[in-house]
Design a protein around this ligand. Structure first.
Ligand code: FHN
Length: 684
């Protein structure tokens, strides 16, 4: 029956007149008005739920799967479809879920309407692979949306572009021999996705965010993405859409490459950017343990302290925090998640004002914690998130030129004033001996006028180690300041040496710098240490030939495995670093061993660009640590080498999603480049 309806609706939808307004031409004020509630909300709940909660991460003895289990365990579709008949989350209580989010201080919920496996948690006329085909037979999204609307929480959909079930989606999984491409029409799949999005955006009331995902495969592109953005906005003009609607996101760091279509906000995943990006909306999404979908064996739960710090860190950079819960197949949140939500709520109940509607910190960094801020009449209110409470009762806020109006503890209902006085560039606040909160105590400081902060100077050099001599530069982002420095680790004073150009070092030195104006310090100080080193002696090989040895492994890891404990599937010699000699599995690892040639003695930078984790050793020294589950990410390290051959070892592992490895080096006078075959050797 549904098939006939599908055909009917597909024809009807294709016949729909195209909407006239082009939502891509929205003005900045219109964009900011539409984003206002989201930017003020700062904190939301992510929910990954579906058939994968039934195996709960386990398959044929392997226990580190989750929502990707159909692919990571290579379960044939026919086998996976059997979960439909088992999905009966009788304990599902939407109001309970929504109240747990609300009481945790979360303002919106993003739930998987359809994840990559293609199963729909809602009643769709366009597929039988949905909740109505299960024993549960209740439209989960409808019940959750109703509960959200009733409780004043924004309801949002996560929707995967990638679909491992629909016959028209391409590409198939490489290992799927039972699902030939024949007859698949991707354009028909795109229309199917639009048909379902029309259901999701017309049958469930106001939907606040459409959180696309699974956009990275070659079949999706910017044209599809911009059209889909426009289409979704035509159905709910005020909806917000993430950057994964397009095809321009750069891996897990989540921001959109320059010039690509960026949707409405960036989506760093499992990581918090080092700084916010001015004028760019972004949201870090993160798991509470190691998995998005429920994994009954995953006990790597982040502590509540860590989650509160992450929330404050993200808000201090102007971002939102989308924290995930993976419910069980019975329809309940794991107890560890419930406890953390309750503890987060306890902190937010007292300190939520320091998160909601705040803007990013005016400081580059604070030793004791983070800062968020709000404009108030005649000035600004600073929320000082103090993770490390000062033992001496003096909280120092460096480099701020504003005069204070008042200070108090946010947790203090009486708002008893704390003594605030100026000490050179800093405000010093006398705080009680005991911190009001064990994880993050918020001190409020109101200051007069627009916030006027001078960040410490920037001390930089090509590397932080050197062989003979090194030129160090000291600069400030602020104009009309004098930069003064010391070379003995002491804090610069008005009488210290003025920076007049590069500072040449010939021995190991700590450079400390500070900004001054009219002979007074106006910033905190900053120090960097530069070390003089001896080059590592080269290795003399009796005979060598070009190449690099590789060992290839299969398995599923979330961090670099210990290769000494593994048996390689195959080994060989390659001309350079390369992932090609692998088999079909999504999850695999490589170890490369050989020698790299240093053409001259000096300092060498090594880099790995990888998705997922990688590490690079010279000899037994770990020079680049780029381990972990992440999108394409570059990490670097430096080492001093004598001219000649040096042993190099590179490790790499891949787990689901994108896969990439580039190994680069930069010599004392050369440019950064991928290590060419001409620089790689093995012992004959
Ligand atoms: O592949 C998905 C993954 O299962 C999960 O949904 C995360 C959450 O944003 N997104 C993708 C991985 O980047």
């Amino acid at each position: 029956m549904k098939t006939l309806l599908t055909l009917f609706f597909t024809v009807v939808c294709l016949a729909q007149p195209q909407q006239t307004k082009n939502y891509l031409e929205e003005s900045r004020p219109q964009y900011e008005a539409r984003m206002k509630w989201w930017s003020e909300a700062r904190f939301g709940m992510f929910i990954h739920w579906g058939l994968y909660s039934i195996p709960a991460g386990e398959w044929k003895g392997s226990t580190n799967h989750a929502e990707w289990i159909r692919t990571t365990a290579r379960i044939p579709l026919e086998e996976y479809n059997k979960f439909v008949g088992q999905f009966n989350p009788v304990k599902f209580n939407p109001t309970e879920w929504v109240r747990m989010a609300k009481n945790a201080g979360m303002k919106y919920i993003v739930i998987t309407s359809k994840h990559h496996d293609g199963f729909c948690l809602f009643d769709s006329k366009f597929t039988d692979f949905d909740i109505m085909a299960t024993p549960f037979k209740r439209d989960i999204l409808k019940e959750l949306a109703d509960a959200c609307h009733k409780e004043g929480i924004k309801i949002c959909w996560y929707h995967s572009i990638m679909d491992w079930h629909h016959p028209d989606y391409l590409p198939r999984r490489e290992w799927e021999n039972d699902r030939p491409n024949a007859g698949a029409e991707y354009e028909r799949y795109v229309q199917h996705m639009k048909n379902q999005l029309k259901e999701l955006l017309t049958n469930y009331g106001q939907i606040s965010v459409l959180w696309f995902d699974g956009e990275w495969e070659s079949t999706w592109n910017t044209k599809y993405g911009t059209e889909l953005y426009d289409y979704v906005r035509s159905l709910q003009p005020n909806i917000i859409i993430n950057n994964r609607v397009g095809a321009g996101r750069s891996g897990m760091e989540g921001f959109t490459k320059a010039g690509q279509f960026a949707g409405d906000f960036g989506t760093p995943e499992q990581e918090i950017p080092a700084t916010g990006l001015s004028g760019v909306s972004w949201e870090t999404c993160m798991t509470m343990n190691d998995n998005w979908g429920f994994n009954k064996n995953d006990q790597k739960w982040k502590s509540t302290e860590d989650l509160i710090h992450k929330l404050a860190d993200i808000a201090s950079k102007g971002g939102n925090f989308l924290l995930n819960v993976g419910p069980t197949s019975e329809g309940v949140f794991p107890q560890q998640a419930i406890e953390r939500l309750r503890e987060l709520g306890g902190w937010m109940k007292i300190n939520g004002e320091s998160i909601y509607e705040t803007k990013a910190s005016p400081f580059k960094g604070l030793e004791w914690g983070r800062c968020t801020q709000k404009a108030i009449d005649g000035g600004a209110r600073l929320y000082l998130h103090v993770f490390n409470w000062p033992a001496n009762g003096k909280l120092i806020v460096p480099g701020i030129l504003n005069e204070p109006k008042q200070a108090f503890l946010l947790a203090d209902k009486e708002q008893l004033h704390l003594l605030v006085r100026r000490q050179e560039d800093a405000l010093v606040i006398d705080v009680p001996a005991i911190a009001p909160d064990p994880n993050n105590s918020v001190v409020v400081v109101d200051v007069r006028g627009g916030v006027d902060v001078t960040t410490p100077p920037i001390i930089s050099a090509k590397f932080d180690i050197f062989v003979d001599a090194l030129d160090v530069t000291v600069k400030s982002e602020r104009e009309k300041v004098d930069l003064r420095y010391t070379l003995d680790g002491t804090t610069p004073a008005a009488s210290s040496t003025l920076v007049t150009g590069p500072i040449r070092l010939t021995g190991t030195t700590t450079v400390t710098a500070r900004c001054f104006h009219d002979g007074k310090p106006v910033s905190g100080s900053v120090s960097s240490r530069f070390t003089k080193v001896e080059p590592r002696p080269s290795t003399n090989l009796t005979a060598s030939v070009p190449g690099i040895r590789y060992s290839y492994y299969e398995g599923s890891w979330s961090s670099m495995p210990d290769f000494a404990l593994l048996k390689p599937v195959k080994q060989g010699i390659l001309p350079e670093f390369d992932l090609s000699p692998r088999n079909l599995p999504e999850d695999f690892a490589f170890e490369y061993r050989g020698f790299v040639r240093a053409l001259e003695s000096g300092i060498y930078g090594f880099f790995t660009d990888s998705d997922d984790g990688s590490r690079l050793f010279i000899g037994d020294v770990l020079v680049v640590d780029n381990d972990g589950l992440h999108g394409i990410r570059e990490k670097k390290g430096v080492v001093a080498l004598a001219a000649g051959l040096h042993p190099i070892r590179v490790e790499f592992f891949q787990k689901s999603g994108g896969r990439e490895l580039r190994v680069l080096m930069q010599g004392p006078k050369g440019e950064k480049q991928e290590i060419p075959a001409s620089s790689l050797f093995i012992e004959k």
